[in-house]
Design a binder for this molecule. Structure first.
Ligand code: NAD
Ligand code: GDD
Length: 389
């Protein structure tokens, strides 16, 4: 690494958390290199003054040569790239979730080879032992609860393996790896439709769709009694920065400790939308664990801080953003091409609700396997970033 380098490298920068992290690093005056396999037009946030490595040829972090270029002269690497989504996605795409091991391995290896001083890995609450999450009124999960290991099949096993790889790279090669276990993050500029969305965005969209269609009904996956805590994006980005700058070597929870049932989440979204809906429970939909909360004892001890944005406050901002996106789509006519609500047949087509098996058959890059993978030309030189943001 060049002695004077201050470059922050963010992978998964075209995604939800990565986009917000790039924005925050920019605001802090850091030069940023943003990397994502998605074509740049599909990034949630794009900044003209940032070096963007985008698309299957320049931004696929499964490819070691891309990783080498991405970390060059980097002072810190935030490894957020992953094939991920809510329960509807991770329960139906386990092989794809496990393939993120290539991304994590190659980024760690490239960072170590280039002597990048700091490396951040975004792990997940999905690493926790499933047997400790069988009741909705769960005791909050503390860090040792990841062992003995029984994580979420596919996605959780990959995260747990990559956590351990970070640890061994730190112990054996001295790279300063930091690992945070995110608990369900939500906010504007994130996935709200298409099959990868998580409960907060999905519920906002369904409430908005019900209002728009005039059919005041909502489909909820499971019985609605399952519990979660949801962390607002601003807390997540602040926590990432603080954990990266700390001396916390072991994986640590980064999540809200405000526990709600999914029914309570729907109550809040309905209040924000000013509507009351008839609830239908889809009991065979992907449900995940019965209860999950974040024990924040450790993060309070180390940082004297924990995520504190209330769900009511964060969801209002998220709802407002999704509502704008939703109406943009309806007005542009794009909505007709999207899934239609299970409760809106015969009414005006709107971005719908319901479990989308179609998400298995999305465009190849959305699945994470780029067109021409394994049959590529040499990566092209970096294209300085463009346009929006
Ligand atoms: P996201 O899907 O919005 O962003 C991930 C980005 O990674 C996407 O833009 C995707 O195109 C990119 N990507 C996928 N494969 C890639 C590859 N091979 N090379 C380069 N880029 C690739 O997800 P997010 O919510 O922003 O999550 C960011 C990170 O945080 C992920 O590692 C995720 O597993 C982790 N995490 C998120 C949550 C959450 O609730 N959002 C919870 C736990 C952990
Ligand atoms: N996605 C979604 N969509 N979930 C719904 C819906 C809906 O329309 N209706 C009810 N739910 C229920 C799910 O069945 C699940 O029980 C709960 O809401 C939470 O679902 P998600 O938000 O999709 O996922 P999760 O909390 O189980 O897991 C997420 O968070 C982890 C970190 O805490 C996932 O995004 C994981 O990938 C992530 O690591």
């Amino acid at each position: 690494m060049a002695a004077s380098s201050r470059i922050s490298v963010v992978t998964g920068a075209g995604g939800f958390i990565g986009g917000h992290l790039v924005a925050a690093l920019r605001r802090a005056g850091r030069p940023v290199r943003a990397v994502d396999i998605k074509p740049i037009d599909d990034w949630y946030q794009v900044f003209p003054d940032v070096e963007n490595l985008a698309g299957p040829l320049d931004g696929d972090c499964r490819d070691f040569s891309v990783c080498r270029r991405a970390v060059r002269d980097g002072a810190e690497v935030f490894q957020l790239a992953a094939d991920m989504g809510g329960m509807g996605f991770i329960e139906n795409n386990k092989a794809l979730c496990m393939l993120s091991v290539l991304t994590n391995t190659h980024m760690l290896l490239a960072a170590q080879e280039a002597s990048v001083p700091r490396f951040f890995f975004s792990s997940s609450a999905c690493v926790y032992n499933a047997e400790k999450q069988v009741n909705p009124d769960i005791t909050a999960l503390s860090e040792p609860d990841a062992y003995p290991a029984l994580p979420e099949d596919g996605y959780g096993w990959e995260k747990l393996f990559s956590e351990r790889m970070c640890r061994h790279f730190r112990e054996d090669y001295g790279i300063q790896a930091r690992v945070a276990r995110f608990h369900n993050v939500y906010g504007p500029h994130g996935t709200w439709q298409g099959g990868r969305e998580k409960a907060p965005a999905a519920i906002c969209r369904k409430v908005i769709a019900a209002k728009a269609s005039g059919k005041h009904e909502i489909e909820i996956w499971g019985d609605g009694n399952q519990t979660r805590s949801f962390m607002y994006i601003d807390d997540c980005v602040l926590g990432i920065r603080r954990i990266m700058d700390s001396d916390i070597y072991e994986p640590i929870n980064l999540g809200s400790s405000e526990l709600v049932s999914i029914n309570q989440l729907v109550d809040i979204a309905e209040t924000i939308g000013g509507v009351k809906l008839k609830r239908h429970y889809k009991l065979d939909a992907p449900r995940g664990v019965a209860g999950r909360n974040s024990d924040n004892t450790l993060i309070r001890k180390y940082l004297g801080w924990e995520p504190s944005t209330s769900l009511r406050e964060g969801l209002a901002k998220t709802y407002a953003w999704i509502e704008r996106e939703f109406h943009k789509q309806v007005e542009s006519g794009e909505a007709a091409a999207l899934t239609v609500s299970t409760f809106s047949h015969g009414s005006k087509p709107i971005p719908g609700d319901g479990f989308m098996v179609e998400s298995r058959h999305m465009d190849t890059w959305k699945q994470g396997i780029p067109v021409g993978y394994g049959d590529r030309a040499e990566p092209k030189p970096a294209v300085a970033g463009a346009a929006r943001g």
